[in-house]
Write a protein that binds this ligand. Structure first.
Ligand code: ATP
Length: 310
């Protein structure tokens, strides 16, 4: 039984090949690449040696299979990835702007992911689970609101640690029920991995120090603030540890945060210290942006050791 579980998007990504491309003109695209924030997270957690599994729904098509084949190859248990015979695997189209911003078109609303709901979770897969990772972006419809609202007490009742990457999309937060749930997940999380702005938006605080203080007082054990090309900082009640970023040439920033989180949670689940987990997460996140494709830069611990020894 997996020790680290997650639930949410298993999809493919198809990306524009040139900067400043738009969806309003015909252009070249490359893909499909296996993607979906929870899928990237769990793939990296498996590559780092974690015992992992994912709960999702894909279509009966090759977009689904390219993803589950990759997850399986990297050691993720995909027995809880259901196959819809009605709907197709979700697709994310993305184009990049020179400024670094990204435009997305998602087909989640019309995809097999619409069939993911609380009833799809075989509760026996929670036996032996120690960490359940939730991504804010996975709360994308009423089914997912219901899924996480039901799952949270179940996880708490079983003593399963909740790890949380807010990773929310602004338009989702306009829905008060989603916002309420995201805040509830945050209050129940043992490990939170927000970006700098997400941390302030979610806590309603004006400074990072105040926001972290509030979370730790509310019962969070570890907060790791991700800062893109400026590294990351880890806070516990007794520690504050910052790591500088590694200098890399950024090719594709998508998935860095998921890869960072997968590395961190995986190593913590294997008994590494928070400091060691942060060190490797920072290296893994940096390397991931050097490869085109959200999961293409995922690495094993041995690979990280070899690359950064040089
Ligand atoms: P995303 O939502 O795109 O997955 P995120 O905003 O959650 O990303 P980031 O802060 O972009 O997460 O990246 C996570 C971590 O990866 C950073 O804290 C840092 O350790 C590393 N990282 C990301 N981008 C770079 C970069 N350009 N150079 C070096 N390290 C990076």
């Amino acid at each position: 039984m997996p020790k680290i579980l997650t639930a949410g998007e298993v999809l493919v990504e198809i990306m524009g090949t040139r900067k400043n491309q738009t969806f309003r003109e015909t252009g070249e695209f490359t893909g499909p690449y296996p993607s979906g924030a929870p899928a990237i997270f769990i793939d990296q957690a498996a590559k780092m040696g974690g015992n992992t599994g994912i709960i999702s729904v894909i279509g009966n098509d090759d977009f689904g299979r390219i993803n589950t084949d990759r997850l399986k190859k990297d050691g993720v248990d995909v027995s809880q990835v259901h196959i819809s015979n009605e709907k197709t695997t979700a697709v994310a189209f993305v184009v990049y702007q020179e400024s670094g911003s990204r435009d997305f078109i998602f087909t989640i609303k019309d995809s097999a992911l619409q069939e993911l709901n609380y009833g799809k979770i075989d509760k026996s897969c929670l036996d032996g689970c120690e960490y359940f990772h939730i991504m804010g972006c996975s709360v994308f419809n009423e089914n997912m609101i219901d899924l996480f609202n039901n799952l949270l007490p179940e996880l708490k009742g079983r003593g399963i640690k909740v790890t949380f990457d807010p990773n929310f999309r602004k338009e989702f937060m306009e829905n008060p029920r989603i916002k309420e749930l995201i805040v509830k997940i945050m209050r129940n999380a043992d490990i939170i991995l927000p970006g700098e702005q997400e941390l302030l938006d979610l806590t309603g605080m004006e400074t990072e120090k105040d926001a972290v203080k509030k979370l730790l007082e509310d019962g969070t054990v570890v907060v790791v603030v991700k800062r893109g090309d400026r590294g990351a900082t880890l806070y516990t009640e007794t520690e504050e540890i910052s790591v500088d970023s590694v200098k890399v040439t950024e090719v594709d920033p998508t998935g860095a945060g998921d890869c960072f989180g997968g590395t961190f949670v995986s190593l913590v689940s294997q008994g590494y210290s928070y400091k060691e987990a942060l060190f490797y997460a920072n290296l893994a996140g940096a390397y991931s942006v050097t490869k085109q494709g959200p999961m293409e830069g995922n690495l094993t611990k041995e690979e990280i050791d070899n690359i950064y020894k040089k």
